[in-house]
Design a protein around this ligand. Structure first.
Ligand code: IPM
Ligand code: MG
Length: 357
């Protein structure tokens, strides 16, 4: 059966990197029997410019109907002064919530070819392969009450609510335990249970779920320590499970271990493996339009799509091997460039992967 993929390029470098990922999908369709149909729609600032809303009804409808969503990035300086409910970021949060994409998988893998591009010593990061499972539809991102209120003395006060119900922790913990079971069988749950009630409950629920996974070694870590351990000895981790805001922060940190945030894909999954796939980097307005963005994170997100939603692991491997071949060839965008390699732009990098697949 033909699978439908909603393509939402978004803002900044989003359209540039998505165009390269689409080339990869097109080649799989033409030559490797992948049955897909692509439909593009505006999202984020691009949608706001057209429809005065970052997530127009038609885009949301398409995303809901599709089997998978490929997203570039949203956001840009010119939208930062808009009211919060029509800012580009709202589209991303809206898609996550509306599609119930509660489990966000963010692998941080260091390609051996890029060991020199990491800001950490090669021996600290060589062979790094960790998976961050970030809860994506709860926590302080969505918690109520939220807002800015004026106190009796006239001073304004901003507030958000960090909140997790047991079922939210339980389902993301299961995803993480399942993932750990298929990998190194180690799971580290990250929270701030020494201070926060919500974290205390998180820990309790994770321990309860752990009883079903006797083969997975569970540990707990406070988020401040986890941030430190990630740069001190990142290879101690296999799978990390954490809440929305801690996962947001730790996954950017983990990205840097691998040399560039331009390398990291992600999958956001619902309970039926429907997914939205996107690079973890943002719209990078500073380099947008220059044709120098690294498309590999988006291309690798397509590999995740093939594996998790389209049931085509062999094609996923074909993409991943293609990326590895291109890195072997010394082809580099500027974010991963080191002396002695060959610097290329976004489209050349995409073409190189398509050719190497
Ligand atoms: C991410 C991004 C988003 C988030 C922003 C753009 C809303 O940083 O996907 O990590 O905070 O979740
Ligand atoms: Mg982030």
């Amino acid at each position: 059966m033909t699978k439908k993929i909603a393509v939402l390029p978004g803002d900044g470098i989003g359209p540039e990197v998505v165009a390269e990922a689409v080339k990869v999908l097109e080649r799989l369709r033409r030559e490797f029997g992948l049955k897909i149909e692509l439909e593009t729609a505006p999202v984020g600032g691009a949608a706001y410019d057209l429809h005065k809303h970052p997530l127009p009804d038609a885009t949301l409808k398409l995303a809901k109907q599709a089997d998978a969503v490929l997203l570039g990035a949203v956001g840009g300086l010119k939208y930062d002064t808009l009211p919060r409910d029509v800012r580009p970021e709202k589209a991303l949060l809206g898609l996550r919530a509306e599609l119930k994409l509660f489990a966000n998988l963010r692998p941080a893998i260091l390609y051996p070819q890029l060991a020199a591009a990491s800001s950490l010593k090669p021996e600290i990061v060589a062979g790094l392969d960790i998976l961050i499972v970030r809860e994506l539809t709860g926590d302080i991102y969505f918690g109520e009450p939220r807002g800015v209120r004026t106190l009796a003395n006239g001073e304004r006060q901003g507030f958000n609510t960090m909140i997790y119900a047991e079922h939210e922790v339980e389902r993301v913990a299961r995803v993480a335990f399942d993932a750990a079971r298929k990998r190194g069988k180690k799971l580290c749950s990250v929270e701030k249970a020494n201070v926060l009630e919500v974290s205390g409950l998180w820990r309790e629920v994770v321990e309860r779920v752990a009883k079903e996974y006797a083969d997975v070694a569970l540990s707990h870590m406070y988020v401040d320590n986890a941030a430190m351990q990630l740069v001190r000895a990142p290879k101690q981790f296999d799978v990390i499970v954490t809440g929305n805001i801690f996962g947001d922060i730790l996954s950017d940190e983990a990205a840097m271990l691998t040399g560039s945030i331009g390398m990291l894909p992600s999958a956001s999954l619902d309970s039926n493996s429907k997914g939205m796939y996107e690079p973890i980097h943002g719209s990078a307005p500073d380099i947008a339009g220059k044709g120098i963005a690294n498309p590999l994170a988006t291309i690798l997100s397509v590999a995740m799509m093939l594996r998790y939603t389209l049931g085509a692991p062999v094609l996923a491997e074909r993409i991943e091997k293609g990326v590895s071949t291109v890195l072997d060839q010394g082809v580099r965008t500027s974010d991963i460039y080191t002396d002695g390699t060959k610097k290329v732009g976004t489209t050349q990098m995409g073409d190189a992967v398509v050719a190497a697949m």
